[in-house]
Design a protein around this ligand. Structure first.
Ligand code: ACO
Length: 401
């Protein structure tokens, strides 16, 4: 049934579905997920296979353009991105104007918006070339902004990338290279980072992706839509959960490390506290990404020889929750953010940067969703409401109120 017929047969009836728990906002050919069975596929390929066999740049290409690139396509894609990886020097002044204490997600969202002032932001969506160029431009410049955001926090000089390196290795170098020191590549770290980015690359119509699509549906430009997506991702119920997980673990440690006390808090309905990193809107059995990342977390911690009390608390909580009827009955399992925070900590990424790392991974997904929405010529997103406010009343003059 098409939407016009639907409207005519329902007489303009409105469905109320807070949080859109049962409302589909679009048709999409990008990501398939089955929350009951714990299946996640990008363009038909299982997340397990992609995480094992592909790298992040291949996955980005797959999500955005629909097919895995062949060697030539991948080489060209990487070269085109490398050619665009400069960011206008004036952008540094904008970054400079933020206090060091500014939250990196606010900084990243602002910088992404500011890019519009320095780069053509109007995209003729009927031109594949125009669209390709805009996509390459943001894939190239966004990692620089991410690295600068981290370096500003750490008081390190702002640098550009190394054209000879792979996409993810280059990001790692841009983030961590110290002045007067040779950058040491660590394959375990690069692989873990690559995997994390792949696992976060898309997740169909979540809060930030829906935001990107709805902002883009007004024909606002790509960078503006992405900047809005970054803001949506910031919240602790969405991308901010990985930061919230670590802050929760640190608070538990500071309070003596009693995990049982915090399990009880999470179950107490009078207490707003929730166990961060547990539960998912869609996955009600297990999060397939959490399985992959748990393995990666064990490898990274083992290989880097990290002994960290925070990580022991995480393991304790995981074990207790998996055996507790409250969590089992409500199907509250550790989600991807529970483990990603642990890996980021092991990699030496500051807690406040965790959600920025999520944004870096989600970038190709947002781009793919924006592109699909524009190519399909979707209408402007404009939900309705049921009004519950005052009935009509006469205006009261100021001096009579
Ligand atoms: N700790 C304790 N109880 C919880 C938790 C939790 N983490 N999550 C859900 N519950 C309880 C709720 O209190 C509710 O209990 P009730 O049925 O007795 O009232 C029940 O489980 C269902 O919870 P809802 O909030 O209705 O589930 P919803 O699907 O709307 O929310 C969400 C999912 C937001 C992820 C929730 O589980 C949560 O807040 N988790 C913690 C934050 C988090 O980890 N977010 C990251 C999500 S993944 C991502 O964005 C990539």
């Amino acid at each position: 049934i098409d939407i016009k017929t639907l409207r005519s047969v329902t007489g303009g009836m409105i469905t109320i579905d807070p949080g859109y728990k049962n409302t589909g906002s679009c048709e999409s050919a990008i990501t398939f997920l089955d929350g009951e069975k714990g299946i996640l596929r990008y363009r038909g390929y299982s997340i397990e296979e992609l995480a094992e066999k592909a790298d992040f740049l291949e996955v980005a290409y797959l999500l955005i353009f629909g097919e895995l690139p062949n060697k030539e396509e991948l080489k060209k894609f990487h070269k085109d991105i490398t050619d665009e990886s400069h960011v206008d020097e004036e952008m540094k002044k904008i970054l400079d104007s933020f206090p060091k204490s500014a939250h990196p997600m606010g900084v990243l969202s602002s910088l992404t918006s500011a890019l519009i002032a320095f780069n053509s932001s109007t995209v003729d969506v009927s031109s594949e070339k125009d669209m390709y160029e805009a996509i390459v431009r943001i894939l190239a410049k966004f990692p620089v902004l991410v690295a600068w955001t981290l370096r500003k926090k750490k008081g390190l000089p702002l640098d550009y990338g190394d054209d000879t390196l792979g996409y993810v290795e280059n990001i790692h170098k841009m983030m961590f290279k110290r002045p007067n020191q040779t950058y040491q590549k660590n394959d375990i770290v690069i692989n873990a980072l690559d995997k994390l980015l792949i696992l976060h690359a898309d997740h169909e119509q979540n809060c930030s992706t829906s935001t990107v699509r709805i902002v883009g549906s007004s024909h606002a430009g790509l960078f503006a839509s992405l900047s809005a997506g970054i803001s949506a991702l910031w919240g602790p119920l969405h991308g901010g959960a990985n930061q919230a997980v670590l802050e929760m673990l640190e608070a538990i440690e500071a309070d003596g490390g009693d995990t049982k006390k915090y399990m009880a808090k999470a179950k107490d309905k009078q207490d707003p506290f929730r166990l961060m990193g547990f539960g998912h809107r869609v996955y009600k059995n297990f999060d397939p990404r959490a399985k992959i990342i748990k393995k990666a977390a064990d490898e990274v911690l083992g290989d880097l020889g990290i002994d960290d009390p925070i990580l022991d608390i995480a393991k304790g909580l995981e074990k207790e929750a998996l055996e507790d009827p409250y969590f089992v009955d409500r199907k509250l399992y550790p989600n991807v953010d529970f483990y990603s925070g642990i890996i980021y900590r092991a990699l030496g990424i500051p807690t406040e940067m965790f959600t920025v790392m999520f944004a870096l991974g989600r970038l190709p997904g947002w781009i793919a969703q924006w592109r699909e929405m524009r190519l399909r010529g979707e209408p402007i997103g404009r939900p309705r409401q049921v009004y519950i406010g005052e009935k009509q009343r006469p205006f009261v003059e100021l001096d009579l109120r």
